[in-house]
Ligand binder design. Sequence first.
Ligand code: SIN
Ligand code: MN
Length: 201
Amino acid sequence: MELEPGLFLYSGYYDRCAQADLRDMLRTIVDAAPLFQPVMPKTGKPLSVKMSNCGPLGWVADKAGYRYQETHPMTGAPWPDLPPVLLNLWDAVAKEAPRPQACLINYYQPSAKMGLHQDRDEAMFTAPVVSVSLGDDCRFRTGTTERNGPTKSFKLHSGDVLVMGGESRLAYHGVDRIYPGTSTLLKAPGRINLTLRRVTA
Ligand code: SIN
Ligand code: MN
């Protein structure tokens, strides 16, 4: 379903069994690349989400800025490989674009949220951003490419895939809130979001 020009929601893309496989795969990934606490560069204030990555590049946020890098900020090790199941997803929903290089893993505890922002640390914006929701529902907010433009919100559920491409590639977006206890996929209330991105041209 195209919600806005370039913004596609594949509701229930992954069934429960596929969600459980993704969850188990992510446990292996975060065993190797533990969740870390990103902070806002200017203020040093922690974001409310915890993060990790897989793929050749990972997105990090610390006092030195927002950027992609090849290694985990705490362990110094290269990020774990991007699993084939996520490359298959990209091929299914973003087949015209060169393959992704980064998969950001965001972990939201029940009180976590994410302020409105644009994804613009990549060197090319022709490839879409592909995101997967797992665990508890959230209220996702999306706007225009203007910071103070009008916004709309909708719920994302476990197993949903959202594609932000075309005119929506640089749209402001964020997560207003999590609805704890709306899914039994994860051991504890919370939500995981995976964001696949092409970084270099
Ligand atoms: C993000 O914009 O990095 C995350 C979006 C989401 O959690 O759905
Ligand atoms: Mn984003």
